[in-house]
Design a protein around this ligand. Structure first.
Ligand SMILES: *Cc1c(COP(=O)(O)O)cnc(C)c1O
Length: 361
């Protein structure tokens, strides 16, 4: 008997998202450099607040997230009424697709763009449209050329994952200006804090009606395990997203820990500085070994190998040494490995292991 129970069209075409590996069989002390996590963890103040949350587990959380939105607005100079908080920025991406794209609509993203854009577009029944990049960098001309009267959303991560590259404020403005009138530009700023002086596209959001930004506590704030993200944009769009947001989408622990984290900007600055220093060091060390990478502005480098076989062999060698990095074939970069910037000893171990690997070949 064949069942007549069927999901919405498109859903069975979604490829399951695979996170970065966390363990290597037989290695109890492997170093995980596969998910762009902050090697220093969360700030002490955030951890202290989280530990106190155990006393109010029986209480329902706030539905409007007012205290966290005020804290985010305070720190970034925003209008708190236009901040929306979600279960990771993934949930904000999901709300945008659910609210603005459906069957017949197109959702654009770039060739090596974040996999969640495709997944959320397909979950909404919309058509995902992948647009070529230029030298592993967002190509504004190509994105504009790919727009049609069906384009509803254009996602770009700036800096991008897994390439680490970024486009200028002028290029982002050109993209926003050139979009068809029914389309929203979504600037995914998951790595924005790693770029000294970058506002994540805030100036553009305040000047226009068609730009939204997503941000996360999962990267520089070191709270990937707790799942908190947020979005910011024009009042009309945020109002729409709030209508489909579950009233209790975030727990007390998420809300209060995130508030403590965002108020500890000293910690963010320290992590950004250390990341930049080690990223430059690691990229140079790899380049010297004949493994180039584009200049990264995020907390990882995308190491390019001669071919797929060499990338695979190096990945296997690193694993043997207890070093877990990320293969990025699903991002159409099978000859590359994405390596999260760890602490100093992790970076030195990676460089040392790649040198040994290269020496053996
Ligand atoms: C890590 C990452 C995110 C963050 O997702 P969360 O759901 O907030 O953990 C968003 N976008 C990109 C491009 C990322 O790499």
């Amino acid at each position: 008997m064949t069942s007549e129970i069927r999901p919405q069209p498109g859903i069975l075409d979604i490829a399951l998202y695979e996170g970065g590996a966390a363990t290597v069989a037989g290695k109890s002390n492997a170093i995980k450099l596969s998910s762009n996590e902050n090697p220093f963890g969360a700030s002490d103040r955030a951890k202290e607040v989280f530990s106190r949350c155990v006393h109010q587990l029986h209480r329902y959380p706030s539905t409007d997230h007012a205290v966290l939105r005020e804290a985010i607005a305070d720190v970034h100079g925003l209008d708190a009424a236009r901040v929306i908080c979600g279960v990771g920025s993934d949930e904000i991406i999901h709300f945008l697709c659910q609210a603005y794209a459906g069957p017949g609509d197109e959702v654009l993203f770039t060739e090596h763009g974040f996999l969640m854009y495709r997944i959320s577009a397909m979950a909404a029944g919309a058509t995902p449209v992948e647009v070529a990049e230029r030298e592993r960098t967002t190509d504004v001309g190509a994105l504009l050329a790919a727009c049609t009267e069906r384009t509803k959303l254009v996602f770009i991560a700036n800096p991008n994952n897994p390439t680490g590259t970024m486009i200028s404020a002028a290029e982002i403005a050109q993209l926003a200006d050139g979009l068809p009138p029914q389309a929203i530009l979504v600037l995914d700023g998951a790595y924005a804090e790693y770029v000294d002086g970058y506002d994540g596209g805030l100036t553009l959001i305040e000047a226009r009606e068609n730009v939204v930004m997503t941000r996360t506590f999962s990267k520089v704030y070191g709270l990937g395990g707790l799942r908190i993200g947020w979005g910011y944009g024009p009042a009309a769009i945020i109002d729409v997203l709030n209508r489909i947001r579950g009233p209790f989408n975030l727990s007390n622990a998420q809300l209060e820990t995130a508030e403590a984290a965002v108020r500890d900007q000293e910690y963010v600055t320290r992590c950004r500085t250390e990341n930049a220093r080690l990223r430059v060091w690691l990229a140079a060390a790899l380049a010297e070994l004949g493994v180039p990478s584009d200049t990264s502005l995020a907390n990882f480098v995308l190491a390019r190998f001669a071919d797929v076989a060499e990338a695979e062999a190096c990945d296997a060698y690193l694993r043997d040494q207890g070093l877990i990095v990320r293969r990025v074939s699903s991002y159409k970069l099978p000859h590359c490995l994405r390596i999260t910037i760890g602490d100093e000893s992790a970076c030195r171990r990676v460089a040392h292991a790649v040198a040994q690997f290269k020496g053996k070949r």
